[in-house]
Design a protein around this ligand. Structure first.
Ligand code: ATR
Length: 270
């Protein structure tokens, strides 16, 4: 039996991970199976244990709403997973469960390598202070931006999160955003899901070079539309991040780095 891998979540039907990982496996000639696995909302731990102990499961990608439960389940954590408080990649080796979080590596690679936009010395505004943002902060910080400001609807969540990083990151409500231009805005709120645009002060668009919506939508999001209206040159959505985080998970499991260009090119049609 091939080594078994899966993405686990609830719901899971919409996930593109099986197609992405099957393409990676084919390209790198790795004999493995990758499926989508629905866990009951109160049955995540049982499902993971069954997969690893009885179904030849070697690795799982974890998605909504189980990333924090996955974090709690691990015997060992990567640095990024420990800081994020969330795990999107589980590996099973010698009876132990290892947890990693590849979301931050995914977004940084998409921005800096796929789109050649260096984060070093840039002024970065991040919208949102939930799980999605927590998962990517440290890898972004490791690129040495000039400043990071986290703005959130509930200001206290942003200040608490920023405080975890000392004076390297500032945070507050949307009204507290410093009145200045930013080089880049990353939208990590769930606003796009609801068809909403976070209240970004117009002054933030001055000199703005890149906008990144961590959410993906074929027809664009309110945030990417906002970016278009302000003539932002580089406007990206979460599709590239999805492929790059998958590639890093694949590397953790198999020790081989899949190429992502051909998968990225096919993604909008999957
Ligand atoms: P996720 O894991 O996707 O980050 P989450 O932890 O529930 O989900 O966080 C959702 C984020 O989107 C939060 O920052 C939330 O703001 P609050 O902390 O104030 O709730 C933000 N959010 C959700 N809907 C929003 C909207 N319509 N406008 C602005 N921010 C929104």
């Amino acid at each position: 039996m091939n080594d078994q891998y899966a993405v686990i979540g609830n719901p899971i039907g919409h996930s593109k991970s099986p197609q992405i990982h099957r393409m990676f496996a084919e390209e790198t000639s790795q004999a493995l199976d990758y499926t989508a696995r629905l866990a009951e909302l109160d049955g995540f731990v049982e499902s993971v244990e069954s997969f690893f102990q009885h179904e030849n499961g070697k690795g799982l990608n974890v998605t909504v709403p189980f990333k924090e439960q996955a974090f709690a389940l691990c015997d060992e954590l990567s640095e990024y997973a420990a800081l994020a408080g969330a795990v999107n990649t589980l590996s099973y080796r010698d009876g132990k469960i290892y947890g990693a979080n590849t979301d931050g590596i995914g977004i940084v690679r998409d921005i800096t390598q796929n789109h050649h936009f260096a984060l070093a010395d840039k002024k970065v505004l991040i919208l949102g202070a939930g799980g999605a943002v927590k998962g990517v902060l440290k890898p972004i910080l490791d690129e040495n931006p000039a400043l990071i400001f986290i703005a959130n609807r509930t200001a206290a969540k942003a200040t608490t999160l920023a405080d975890e990083y000392g004076d390297q990151i500032q945070g507050g409500g949307f009204a507290d955003i410093p009145e200045q231009g930013f080089d880049m805005i990353i939208n990590g709120t769930a606003a796009s899901l609801q068809g909403d645009l976070p209240p970004i002060p117009n002054v933030c668009a001055t000199g703005l070079a890149c906008c990144y919506d961590m959410m993906y939508s074929k027809k664009g999001t309110p945030f990417t539309e906002w970016a278009k209206q302000h003539n932002v040159t580089l406007i990206l959505d979460g599709l590239g991040m999805l492929v790059e985080q998958a590639a890093e998970s694949f590397f953790i499991w198999r020790g081989v780095k899949p190429r992502t260009g051909h998968v990225l090119a096919l993604m909008p049609d999957l």
